[in-house]
Design a protein around this ligand. Structure first.
Ligand code: FMN
Length: 163
């Protein structure tokens, strides 16, 4: 079974709500999804998954320090995350409050790990973003992203297992 981890940091609940919606979308596919707070994940756990989706609040236009610290710890498994699917999402207070730079910041790290990252031609191009209180459009984006990332991870797993 294809395994995906949705790992997030959230202090006031918005990024957590996004993570839950992303998982709902993933559950439309035949994948095994774990939803975990970043504090509950050990870097070595990442090796067990085919897809890794990280969410963090936007802090000063970047992923929160807690998520960045976790990403820095992934040096422990540098070279071992190659060919896994990666994705990112964030919440912020303001429309141009640095949310896309936060998503890109996470994705840059995943690319350095050699992971497979995909954008979306419609809606939130780099990964889902919520501004303030999530509205129905934003939550729908999260569900769509979850389903899409699950489908991608299934496909990549099938391909990498034949390499
Ligand atoms: C230290 C700190 C820095 C923040 N920096 C930004 C920012 O640069 N841009 C922005 O739009 N919101 C900023 N915010 C607001 C958070 O991104 C926003 O409230 C987010 O939804 C919180 O996510 P959470 O509910 O998952 O904790 C900041 C909040 C904190 C606490």
């Amino acid at each position: 079974m294809t395994r995906i981890l949705v790992c997030y940091h959230s202090e006031s609940g918005t990024t957590e709500r996004m993570a839950e919606e992303i998982v709902k979308g993933m559950q439309k596919r035949a994948v095994d999804v774990d939803l975990k707070k970043v504090d509950e994940v050990h870097v070595d756990d990442l090796l067990e998954y085919d897809g890794l989706i990280f969410g963090a609040p936007t802090y000063y236009g970047l992923p929160s320090g807690k998520m960045k610290s976790f990403i820095d710890e992934t040096i422990r498994c540098h070279g071992k995350l190659e060919w896994k699917v990666g994705g990112a999402f964030t919440s912020s207070a303001n429309p141009a409050g640095g949310n896309e730079t936060t998503v890109m910041g996470i994705l840059e790290s995943l690319l350095i790990h050699g992971m497979i990252v995909k954008g979306m031609p419609k809606g939130d191009h780099y990964g889902p973003v919520v501004i303030g209180e999530p509205d129905e459009r934003e939550l729908k984006q999260c569900r769509f992203y979850g389903e899409w990332m699950a489908e991608l991870t299934e496909g990549v797993k099938g391909w990498t297992s034949k390499r």
